[in-house]
Design a protein around this ligand. Structure first.
Ligand code: NAD
Length: 368
């Protein structure tokens, strides 16, 4: 497909190709939609097999950010950036500072953050060239590790699903199968155990499993997690784990977790609905990390981050209401909620204020 045809088909506003021979930089910044606000989304560094692969990835990820921000009630649009390169051997100060200058040239239309292959040192180099960076270290007024907020937000999404499905949100009454005890999964397990829930856990990493078991969770095999007799399945590791092979094994009543892209296909979402298994859409449930970084511009503090993260309960409940209203599966209802918000806010026009606006430094000196 031709480039303009590709970005036209995904309705992207702007795609910026960044090249700097001296720094060895080849990067793409994709701005999907800025109706609600500046496009925010992380920077990924990956040894893509081809330029087309990098373009496809950045287009897909930036579009996803538009939906996540919209459904989360944030005044942000969707964007993403990718560097083509191997994060283990192609990093340098010049590389990130060169990209920082490209990001700065967009004057705040795109705000970046950390993603796969990027660490806090890389963010520091970007920050030397542009203020349009979030998720920087707390010494720079940043919000630090987002995982605890993602986990806390996931718990809010779980509560909304319990309320919708069972009519109460007494987390301790229910049992959970948590796949992945990494940054988010382990925090979530701790929160669930504090409420007194029965928790089953699986992870590749035996140290992660041991930490989870210390909280009182019960370890199960990597494949056995899909067969556990628990009320809620909480994917917190990989995408595409809800698929044609796993769904028939589910005894779960709810799927609600932090992992991105949990549904292998749209049919997987239809199948969950057909089996009356309530799916809390991943990008609404795992928005705590995004919410956390989004308040850096207003001045981050923990209380504000926790308050905002609690709105995930309301967002997920609203998705379920739309699914019921329109008789559609919840994954489609999430997209619809995002699109409706972008549409209505995009069409808002303030009433005329009676006087022309005056911008500092732009006062007219004579009639023209
Ligand atoms: P992480 O890498 O810290 O943890 C993932 C864990 O999953 C690791 O312990 C890994 O060993 C384990 N794992 C991998 N494959 C597995 C398998 N087949 N079965 C069981 N365990 C397996 O990552 P994280 O930051 O905790 O993120 C978890 C998920 O949540 C990812 O999908 C991520 O994209 C998503 N997410 C994270 C955040 C955040 O704030 N960190 C925000 C939004 C979404």
């Amino acid at each position: 497909m031709e480039i303009f045809e590709t970005i036209g088909s995904t309705q992207h506003e702007q795609v910026v190709f960044c090249n700097n021979n001296d720094a060895g930089l080849r990067a793409i910044i994709a701005i999907h939609n800025t109706t609600l606000g500046p496009a925010l989304g992380g920077l990924r560094m990956w040894p893509y097999g081809s330029e087309q692969e990098a373009l496809d990835d950045v287009l897909r990820l930036s579009r996803g950010m538009t939906y996540k921000a919209a459904v989360s009630g944030l005044n942000l649009g969707g964007g993403k950036s990718v560097i083509i390169g191997d994060p283990r051997k192609d990093k340098s100060e010049a590389l990130f500072r060169a990209l920082g200058r490209f990001i700065d040239s967009l004057n705040g239309r795109y705000i970046t953050a950390e993603d796969v292959g990027i660490d806090v040192n890389d963010m520091e180099f970007l920050f030397q060239e542009t203020n349009n960076v979030v998720g920087v270290h707390q010494v720079h007024g940043g919000s630090g590790d987002p995982s605890p907020y993602t986990a806390y937000g996931t718990l809010q999404g779980i509560k909304a699903a319990l309320q919708w499905k069972f009519g109460d949100q007494e987390v301790g009454k229910y049992s959970f199968a948590v796949q992945g005890a990494g940054h988010v999964g382990l925090h979530l397990i701790k929160l669930l155990r504090e409420e007194g829930s029965k928790v089953f856990v699986s992870d590749f990493n035996s140290e992660a499993v041991a930490e989870a078991v210390e909280t009182g969770a019960e370890a199960v095999g990597l494949e056995d997690i899909y067969d556990v007799d628990a009320d809620v399945f909480s994917p917190c590791a990989l995408g595409a784990v809800v698929n044609a092979e796993t769904i028939p094994r589910f005894k779960f009543k709810i799927v609600a977790g932090a992992a991105n892209n949990q549904l292998a296909t749209e049919e997987s979402g239809d199948e969950l609905a057909a089996r009356d298994i309530l799916y809390a859409p991943d990008y609404a449930v795992n928005a705590g990390g995004l919410m956390n970084v989004s308040i850096e511009f207003e001045g981050w503090n923990k209380e504000r981050a926790m308050r905002m993260t609690r709105t995930i309960y309301y967002n997920v409940s609203k998705i379920f209401s739309i699914a019921e209203r329109d008789e559609i599966p919840s994954y489609k209802a999430a997209d619809r909620m995002a699109e409706e918000r972008i549409d209505i806010i995009g069409r808002l026009k303030l009433p005329h204020m009676g006087k022309p606006h005056r911008f500092p430094g732009r006062e007219r000196t004579h009639a023209c």
